[in-house]
Design a protein around this ligand. Structure first.
Ligand SMILES: *[C@@H]1O[C@H](CO)[C@@H](O)[C@H](O)[C@H]1NC(C)=O
Ligand SMILES: *[C@@H]1O[C@H](CO)[C@@H](O)[C@H](O)[C@H]1NC(C)=O
Ligand SMILES: *[C@@H]1O[C@H](CO)[C@@H](O)[C@H](O)[C@H]1NC(C)=O
Ligand SMILES: *[C@@H]1O[C@H](CO)[C@@H](O)[C@H](O)[C@H]1NC(C)=O
Length: 384
């Protein structure tokens, strides 16, 4: 049973889809084949210290690469450049500088394991916001980044959300002023955000992102359209379903909510996972979606990178199933069950992003497909 609100949202989205299909057709008929892609974003995060060295990233599949992550000092609120960062940031910047095709580099602050309380305190006070903002510009310029990205997971209440809006405004203003003074191109300002514009399923009450500040002051926001189901659930499910007829935990719902909140589609960059979620089944013979599970798959932390999943499937003769309702894959062998994405589902999601008129997509994380198989398919689906 689909409820009314969801139905309305689907209709809105269908309209958007239709309109952009239409405009794309007229653009192509006038021979401006690449016009829809001007200013578009094909991005990926590089986990600092990863085995994949930045100099071996194949830049033809990307426009922007993020260094993930730097942290702020939880007491003083300026960025704290650790010895680790001092080692890896120069490798990152030098590995990507002077590459063809060129990519832009962004310094991402925070991440999944970062200190949310420290962000909350920093954003709540004018002075600490200024300290933070000043230090982000300083570090970005010192190392030669093209932009800054905030990954605060997650603002906890409505105060955090409104302070986040003020932070974006002051940050943007500071970047504009700095660009004038330094006579350099303004640093980009972006943020990784929850898959939907209102956070409901985690933490305390529902709280909505400051859509107007995002529209006015960010170059784009990046909804993290993944982590929908994982081993915190005691049943199997998809990490990143595009559609879910039974719930609002889907990319279609999340992106639709961002559009309804008032953030223009041209300021949304949709997240795609190059990893899956791996459970241990209670009974190897009960192995569908929503099968009972008893925690993380053996020898995993509950996640597996895409390339590891392929190896697992092959070595264990896993059964692989494509779910064309969710637009996602799962595989199982013995008591291991993995929900993940492969080429065909990534391609459909990229087409969804393009036809919805979004600015682009990003991967967590770069190179986890090995040999660029998925990165290539995503890039092709975006461009053709
Ligand atoms: C997180 O930040 C808060 C507030 O600044 C601080 O009191 C706390 O010690 C920090 N936690 C960790 C683990 O650093
Ligand atoms: C801005 O940051 C620089 C470098 O970290 C520092 O020297 C300067 O004092 C800071 N200015 C303010 C107003 O915080
Ligand atoms: C699964 O989790 C739900 C909600 O936390 C709980 O009610 C249920 O008993 C759990 N089932 C099992 C088999 O642990
Ligand atoms: C889905 O979201 C809509 C609108 O945001 C809400 O009215 C509805 O109750 C939600 N449905 C479910 C199943 O949570």
């Amino acid at each position: 049973m689909i409820n009314m609100a969801l139905q309305r949202l689907s209709i809105t989205l269908l309209l958007v889809l239709f309109m952009s299909l239409h405009s794309q057709a007229s653009v192509e008929s006038s021979n401006w084949k690449y016009a829809p892609n001007i200013g578009s974003v094909r991005a990926a995060y590089w986990p600092a210290g990863d085995d994949l060295s930045p100099s071996s990233i194949d830049t033809k599949y990307f426009t922007h690469i993020y260094y993930a992550f730097i942290q702020q000092d939880p007491q003083l609120f300026h960025l704290s450049v650790t010895e680790f960062d001092e080692k890896w940031i120069p490798k990152f910047i030098n590995g990507l500088r002077y590459r063809y095709p060129p990519v832009k580099t962004l310094l991402s602050i925070g991440g999944g394991g970062s200190n949310s309380t420290a962000f909350s305190l920093m954003a709540s006070n004018k002075h600490t916001r200024q300290v933070f903002i000043n230090s982000t510009i300083h570090v970005a310029r010192q190392y030669g980044f093209n932009g800054l990205d905030l990954d605060w997971e997650f603002p906890d209440d409505e105060h955090d959300m409104s302070n986040l809006g003020v932070l974006f405004q002051e940050w943007h203003q500071a970047l504009v002023v700095e660009a004038k003074i330094s006579r350099k191109p303004r640093l980009l300002l972006t943020a990784a955000v929850y898959y939907a514009s209102t956070i409901k399923l985690i933490g305390d009450g529902p709280r909505s992102y400051p859509a107007q500040a995002i529209r006015n002051y960010l170059d784009w926001a990046s909804p993290m359209c993944f982590d929908y189901h994982g081993t915190w659930d005691n049943f199997t499910g998809f990490n990143a379903a595009l559609y879910d007829p039974k719930s609002n935990i889907s990319t279609q719902y999340g992106i639709g909510s961002w559009i309804e909140s008032g953030v223009p589609t041209q300021k949304l960059v949709m997240g795609l996972p190059l990893y899956g979620r791996a459970w241990a089944l209670r009974d190897p013979n009960v192995n569908g979606v929503e099968a009972e599970a008893v925690g993380k798959a053996t020898d995993t932390d509950g996640t597996m990178d895409y390339d590891e999943i392929l190896v697992f499937n092959k070595e264990n003769g896993a059964t692989v199933v494509y779910d064309d309702v969710a637009v996602a894959f799962y595989s199982y062998a013995g008591t291991t069950w993995i929900g993940y994405d492969d080429g065909p589902s990534i391609k459909k999601k990229v087409q969804f992003a393009r036809f919805t008129g979004l600015k682009g997509y990003f991967f967590w994380a770069v190179g986890k497909d090995k040999d660029w198989t998925i990165s290539r398919q995503a890039s092709n689906a975006w461009r053709h």
